[in-house]
Write a protein that binds this ligand. Structure first.
Ligand code: ADP
Ligand code: MG
Length: 291
């Protein structure tokens, strides 16, 4: 009878848009004690729009945006899509780039007219001891906006703020995890202030921000061993894949990258954070019936 129950559950799951790729992990989903969420693209839609630009003299705002767009044209990151969309809306001409390079978890760089252009995170800017206008940066970050910097030959030309939209059901998902006594944790490469803004809105228990891609899986191990919790990881990006692999239950968002989907134990076809709860509940319902 047991395998039949499981087969039925798997097909119920599939109808609900929960694609189970690894049965054993699904079986153990009922024991999960902590659920880790990536922020961009997981708790949020990953659809950025540019909201503010600040240029440092002698640059104009449009230059800051068009130079950024030139380099971002070579990236698939949600930030890249937001910057390109905005540059196109403003009908800016986007110069061509040579020697493009992606700086994983930090941003990217390329050459325009013999100048080195970088679009990078606040963390990278700080690591280079570059000073910038803290006023707008703090204001925008506190509003939950992601801020990136455009650098020309190693000097700051300006900063660009981008806003994302929190998924409708994220708050309910965190609330229900809380009711089940399951800890909710955010794991993001984005700035601490932005992470805190989103985490507070959603009522999350713990936040790890400014985490570089290779450190994401270390954090999962930390939660498993130091906090002693059976851990699920939910993510969408290439940078989430190692963490998905390390987790007791790896959950990929359906709109995520192929690498995340291929690494995950379960795929949420509808990209709905509430489905994390549905997996745990279905696992409990399925295996409770067995001895
Ligand atoms: P997340 O964990 O939120 O998915 P990532 O590891 O992809 O974040 O990125 C971390 C940070 O690195 C971003 O918040 C941004 O500051 C910077 N970054 C990454 N990719 C880009 C890009 N294409 N353009 C500019 N900045 C980027
Ligand atoms: Mg992401």
């Amino acid at each position: 009878a047991a395998p039949l129950v499981v087969a039925v559950s798997t097909s119920i799951a599939a109808k609900k848009g929960l694609l189970i790729r690894n049965r054993a992990s699904f079986e153990n989903a009922r024991f999960i004690e902590a659920v880790v969420f990536d922020k961009t693209g997981t708790l949020t839609r990953g659809e950025f729009g540019v909201t503010n630009i600040a240029a440092s003299s002698p640059y104009a705002e449009e230059e800051v945006l068009s130079l950024a767009a030139a380099v971002e044209a070579h990236s698939e990151h949600p930030i890249a899509r937001g910057i390109l969309k905005s540059a196109k809306e403003r009908q800016l001409s986007i110069p061509s780039v040579s020697n493009f390079q992606s700086l994983t978890g930090k941003g990217l760089q390329g050459e325009v007219d013999g100048k080195e252009i970088m679009v990078v995170s606040p963390g990278y800017v700080r690591s280079q001891n570059l000073s910038f206008d803290e006023g707008p940066f703090n204001e925008w970050s506190a509003e939950g906006k992601t801020v990136v910097f455009t650098l020309v030959n190693g000097k700051i030309a300006g900063m660009i703020a981008l806003a994302d939209i929190i998924r409708d059901t994220a708050k309910e998902a965190i609330h229900q995890l809380n009711e089940l006594n399951i800890k909710s944790i955010m794991l993001t490469g984005d700035n601490t202030k932005v992470a805190q803004y989103v985490g507070a809105k959603l009522g999350m228990d713990e936040i790890f921000a400014e985490v570089l891609p290779h450190e994401k899986s270390d954090k999962i191990v930390h939660i498993q061993t130091k906090e002693g919790l059976r851990t699920a990881m939910t993510g969408d990006g290439v940078n989430d894949a190692p963490a998905l692999a390390k987790a007791d239950l790896g959950i990929a968002i359906g709109t995520g990258t192929d690498v995340a989907i291929e690494t995950a134990d379960v795929v949420l076809v509808k990209s709905n954070p509430m489905d994390v709860l549905n997996i745990i509940k279905l696992s409990k319902a399925t295996y409770r019936k067995m001895l």
